[in-house]
Design a protein around this ligand. Structure first.
Ligand SMILES: CC(C)(COP(=O)(O)OP(=O)(O)OC[C@H]1O[C@@H](n2cnc3c(N)ncnc32)[C@H](O)[C@@H]1OP(=O)(O)O)[C@@H](O)C(=O)NCCC(=O)NCCS
Length: 189
């Protein structure tokens, strides 16, 4: 099947490498999580806007678990590729790798998925080109993104349900083994 304007995954594959300088560090000497989040957003934008040939905005960021600390002096490589497209939305998968050039070692710090939406000149969501899947891995990632979207939808409606009734339950009992102290004597509505 041929769809006009469809693009391959490799067309928009993007890598950013950034040196971790001392001003990026926290008081513990490791790199601030916020620095990596900003770089994740930047590479996601570069990749999504290249595929969309349009301005894109960040809608949602998933799975940002920092598995390993990143050190000052490390080279951080962020590899981004479009894993799924909807109508106006694109999911960009990003892997973050920290390299210690002196030791010649690399470590994977996280894998994230950023959903971006392409906007037209009227600032409204606009259609993005279809994605040409050229390998089993690209098919797997596309299908996985569909599943993730469904699971997120289920999770959102479940948490809404739970949150609506959570205070109807005897919370003293629920909190019995938690590390909190109930001190509501000064609380008034
Ligand atoms: C994202 C945004 C464009 C959605 O606008 P909307 O009027 O709800 O538009 P739609 O309902 O048509 O949704 C557009 C697309 O966004 C997707 N979307 C909307 N909310 C989403 C969410 N929370 N997670 C994932 N995708 C989402 C929809 O599924 C749809 O995808 P599709 O076109 O591929 O089917 C709008 O909420 C927005 O502009 N948000 C601000 C984004 C921004 O400025 N980010 C920078 C941070 S400051």
């Amino acid at each position: 099947m041929s769809i006009p304007n469809a693009k391959t995954v490799s067309f928009s594959k993007t890598t950013i490498t950034e040196l971790m300088i001392p001003s990026y560090a926290n008081f513990g000497g490791k790199i601030h999580g916020g620095i990596l989040l900003s770089l994740i957003d930047k590479v996601a934008y570069a990749c999504a806007s290249k595929h969309a040939a349009n301005y894109c905005v960040t809608v949602s960021v998933d799975n940002v678990d920092f598995l390993e600390p990143v050190e000052v002096g490390d080279l951080v490589h962020l590899r981004a590729s479009v894993v799924h497209v909807g109508n106006s939305s694109l999911v960009v998968g990003i892997s973050v790798i920290a390299e210690n050039v002196k030791e010649g070692s690399v470590k994977k710090t996280n894998n994230s998925y950023v959903t971006m939406v392409a906007k037209g000149d009227d600032d409204k969501p606009t259609q993005v080109p279809a994605l040409i899947l050229e390998s089993q891995e690209e098919v797997r990632l596309f299908l996985e993104a569909i599943k993730r979207k469904e699971l997120k939808k289920d999770f959102r409606s479940k948490i809404k349900e739970v949150s609506a009734v959570i205070m109807d339950q005897a919370h003293e009992e629920l909190l019995e083994h938690e590390r909190c102290i109930l001190d509501l004597k000064n609380f008034t509505l």
